[in-house]
Ligand binder design. Sequence first.
Ligand SMILES: [Zn+2]
Ligand SMILES: [Zn+2]
Length: 238
Amino acid sequence: MLDVRRLVGERDALGLLEVARQFHGHVCPYVALGIRASLIAMDELGVERLDTSASIDESILAIVETNNCFTDGVQVTTGCTLGNNALIYLDLGKTALTLVKRSNWEGVRVCIDPERLRKYYPPEAIELFRKVVRERKGSEEDKKRLSELWEEAGRRMLKVPPEEFKIERVRVRPIEQAPIFESVRCSRCGEVVMSSRVVYVNGEPLCLNCAGKSYRAVIGRGIVEVEGMFKPDGGRQT
Ligand SMILES: [Zn+2]
Ligand SMILES: [Zn+2]
């Protein structure tokens, strides 16, 4: 198993890019920028990768403002993930990371300005991106070339100097720890649900899906209200 904590400790950005390739599925400029922003914020704040075995007061949170490739670079580097509740997603649509200490809610926010970073892309990459991705006109060869150029751009992003980012000290409004909710069984589908996500109809507990209610979902364009995402087929009974 790769020791990601060691890679972060040694500020081995290229090593982290390889971890990101596995986690994210490819190497691209924004996953690399997630790594770069994380390392800058860690140095500014004087913290290391999240250690979930340490006491909660010593721990950090990562706050991102978009759900794109950048966020995966942040998760790999900071160790703050959706599953360990140390990743907070604000639906602001900006490429920015705030790293914050839980002990005093002091943080460092690093914001990316895509226009300032244009000069770090290989020039051919921007042309080819337009052709292949925007206009969907690229040949197989173009696509292959673009992914090579994208890797090159990713490696370059790891070295962008801090002056190219907006870096600021921020005070973060304290965020509660994830509470543990009781479980309730839905009276229609029979599945177990967190009590905070149950509605009562005629005194019977129902999950939001069975109750036909809307609920929030993180999808490509942000956090939206959705409903009726599943059409149950009754399930496989064993
Ligand atoms: Zn990507
Ligand atoms: Zn149900």
